[in-house]
Design a protein around this ligand. Sequence first.
Ligand code: ADP
Length: 367
Amino acid sequence: MILVLNTGSSSVKYRLFSHDLGTVAKGLVERIGEADGDAPDHESALRSIMSDLDLDGLDAVGHRVVHGGPDFSAATRLDDEVVAAIERLVPLAPLHNPPALAGIAVARKLLPGVPQVAVFDTAFHATIPPEGVTWAIDAELASRWQIRRYGFHGTSHAYVSRQTAALLSKRPDQVNVITLHLGNGASACAVEAGRSVATSMGMSPQGGLVMGTRSGDLDPTVVFHLHRVAGMPLDEIERSLTRGAGLLGLTGDNDVRTILRRRADGDEQATLAFDVYARRIREYVGAYAAVLGRVDAVTFTGGVGENSPAVRAAAVAGLTALGLTLDETRNAAGDPIISTDASPTAICVVPTDEEREIATQTWTALG
Ligand code: ADP
């Protein structure tokens, strides 16, 4: 059995898998540390999860870790040295890695005999070639401060691109896929023969597509201008661009369902936000078609990608010249393949399953 733990700043999501990857149990501990929360801290959250589960015969624990920095290109078995290396990455991911480290520390303490593995969101993107991760800034500065593209959502892009190959009755190394993970966070990935060769998020999950509350791609001058001309302190700018931007910044709402309802009622803000959101996705599909040369499939996943025919239609609208022709009926039904039979490139909908992928990678890492 494998226990998968996804520890966030105020929540722990868990899922217990049998050895054949059936789900034995799953759940969520929320609002950790809040007055009316489920647990006062991460340690008691994990203690309560473990006391609820029958962990007799547990073989391994897989931890989701957002940032693996430049050093981790695969899921890695945890020991003191690996934990120390993840701790050194905290400056690269100050919001995301500390809660994962808290979860790791508690799980190692409570399950001392059980092998534990860190599965990184960045690892799948370790195959992107240097020209795809290097930004054209002072090379010495970039190297000294580890400034480059890392990419995120890697477990999802890995899982979904493999599932897409299976859907097309091909092996992963036989297909080129553009995967579009559209959830609260959102990112695009170009997968060439099973390997990530381009992705839209950058040094943090802030770059690329328009998201629920994050801006996605932005000219860095915006930051200088807000600081120098608008007089905003850096922390406030960061908060605005990460928690008050994206769909929320444009409309006051970050739930795509609400935006779609408002748009249907003729709301101009919601209509513009939808158009900005969809156009950014189309721009990335076009860019990644250019990176890949040949595209066998474009695959939608994540809460929005799996559930919104309107977003999917807008995201590939006008791309018939790239070989993408949507079948309206299949799209409305949310079929696994939503392109027409004659469409040279398949358009697919594949539910993501990051926990299952973490369990798979945990198992692989332990040989
Ligand atoms: P996370 O990125 O936090 O894992 P999800 O992948 O579950 O989140 O995606 C959450 C988003 O999915 C929400 O913003 C919600 O707007 C969107 N969503 C869920 N169902 C639908 C739907 N039927 N139509 C459009 N958007 C949806």
